[in-house]
Ligand binder design. Structure first.
Ligand code: FES
Length: 129
């Protein structure tokens, strides 16, 4: 299993706009293929597993659409659990206080970077969705 701790480029910084559509990518979570995404909230890039803490399903309303009209709250399309777009903390609904799994995302020289850590690793076939 490849387990790099080096930062991996997810996308160009310009690809994710404040409160806009996410960039999706693929990771392994405890060895299982799972979707992940980066969004821009409060002028910073944030990343999470695309996996609701209520039931482990993808949360997009449409492909790459996670945020409500405020541009800073992630809302799960299945039953409406809401999460803080910066911290992933459960704000209400069926997440019952359980947060999203947050990824280690940074930005450097116009690139959004993910540094794998813990149970979240790089799939052997790469991260491209
Ligand atoms: S699966 Fe997300 S709120 Fe139920």
């Amino acid at each position: 299993m490849s387990e790099s701790k080096s930062p991996i480029q997810v996308c160009e910084s310009a690809s994710i706009q404040e409160g806009g559509t996410a960039q999706r990518f693929n990771v392994l979570y405890n060895g299982e293929a799972v979707s992940a995404f980066v969004i821009r909230v409060d002028d910073s890039a944030q990343g999470f597993l695309n996996r609701c803490s209520h039931i482990p399903v993808e949360m997009d309303w449409n492909y790459g659409e996670f945020l409500d009209d405020s541009g800073r709250v992630i809302v799960c399309a299945t039953h409406g659990a809401s999460y803080d777009g910066v911290t992933g903390e459960c704000l209400g609904g069926p997440c019952s206080g359980n947060p999203l799994v947050r990824l280690n995302i940074t930005e450097e020289q116009g690139k959004v970077l993910w540094t794998p850590a813990g149970e979240v690793t790089v799939p052997p076939e790469g991260i491209e969705d």
